[in-house]
Design a protein around this ligand. Structure first.
Ligand SMILES: Nc1ncnc2c1ncn2[C@@H]1O[C@H](COP(=O)(O)OP(=O)(O)O)[C@@H](O)[C@H]1O
Ligand SMILES: [Mg+2]
Length: 320
């Protein structure tokens, strides 16, 4: 029996990745004891979504035991347990409460064409309903509501786009799972974006700036401005090869008093704490947690955060 830890969340990312790894390594019928699980955040939900789906695709049956009444209703509403057997778990209350103003269910995306609309829908859901009396600012033309939606929409668009382009090198069937929630008491928005693709190291393996072929170095390299696996190749158009998406998303989180945690392979990096590798914890793909203070989003100006052209690393000229 696999045992869920008490927290499946971004601050417990190592324990979360580790139990997902255990589930994926098992075959046949996988029994999970959820009796100790007391808290799950969007990162935990997106990880479970990706993990359960991969497990099902390799023919595993997953049975979750002893889930508390509290979590059972919540997780079923978030669609985490589609196709998973619940054994001796408290029943959920039945009807789904419409909480589209502050909570978005776990969503799986497999089609790049859906990224734009999903990013827009998720960002709006996290901000809630606009005040109908809001007037656009004369200078910028933006309403205060649009000011809050824009940075989140930008980050979601970049993260989802990355997951359905770069992550597919070598695994064309990779998908991405996204979950998000607004926590009114703390005025925090949390996002989890998890894919089951090739991971940072594989996509940047041939990049000349990657000195050591290690997961942690690949994550840190990807976060640097103007670093892209596609530079000069012109494989994708628009924002997908300028190398600014991750850098700017990170800057948005920091400007909004938040943070970002990135996990890939055996490495994890948090913009506010731990950074390193663990030999026996492994995620095949990329898992990202982003946290922002909702009202602070009003102060974010994406134009000011975008890396400038000066950030382009110098090209070594060769005369041959
Ligand atoms: N989900 C992912 N899976 C694998 N590699 C990724 C992922 N997201 C980002 N990367 C790597 O990080 C690099 C930088 O990402 P980003 O800043 O969005 O720039 P760009 O998408 O323009 O290349 C990408 O070029 C890619 O090599
Ligand atoms: Mg990108």
């Amino acid at each position: 029996m696999i045992v869920f830890p008490s927290h499946l969340s971004a601050p417990s990312a190592l324990a979360t990745v580790s139990v997902c790894q255990e589930i994926l390594a098992s075959d046949g019928v996988t029994d999970i004891d959820a009796g100790q699980l007391s808290y799950i955040d969007p990162f935990g939900m997106a990880m479970l979504g990706a993990c359960f789906d991969s497990a099902r695709n390799i023919g595993c049956t997953i049975r979750v035991h002893q889930l508390s009444a509290n979590l059972s209703g919540y997780l079923q509403r978030m669609d985490v347990f589609d196709g998973v057997e619940l054994v001796a778990c408290a029943q959920s209350a039945g009807t789904r409460r419409d909480r589209s103003g502050d909570l978005v269910e776990l969503t799986q995306l497999s089609n790049r064409a859906d990224v734009g609309s999903a990013a827009h829908r998720l960002a709006k859901a996290m901000i809630g309903n606009p005040d109908p009396n809001e007037v656009p600012d004369e200078m910028s033309g933006y309403t205060p509501y649009e000011r809050l939606v824009e940075p989140l929409q930008y980050a979601l668009n970049e993260l989802l786009e990355n997951a359905l382009t770069h992550a597919r090198r070598g695994n064309m069937s990779a998908s991405v799972w996204v979950a998000s929630q607004y926590y009114p008491k703390k005025d925090l928005i949390r996002l989890g974006v998890v894919d089951n693709g090739c991971g940072f190291l594989e996509s940047l393996r041939n990049h000349s700036e990657l000195l050591h072929k290690r997961h942690i170095e690949a994550i840190l390299l990807a976060l640097r401005p103007r670093i892209s696996c596609n530079r000069d190749l012109g494989v994708f158009n628009d924002s997908v090869n300028q190398g600014v998406g991750l850098t700017t998303s990170c800057r948005i989180a920091e400007r909004a008093d938040g943070r970002m945690i990135l996990a890939s392979g055996n490495a994890m990096h948090s913009t506010s704490g731990y950074s390193g590798e663990k030999p026996d914890v492994y995620w095949q793909g990329v898992g990202i947690a982003m946290e922002v203070n909702r009202s602070k989003l009003a102060e974010v100006r994406i134009q000011e955060l975008l890396p400038s052209l000066d950030d382009i690393p110098p090209v070594t000229l060769r005369f041959e």
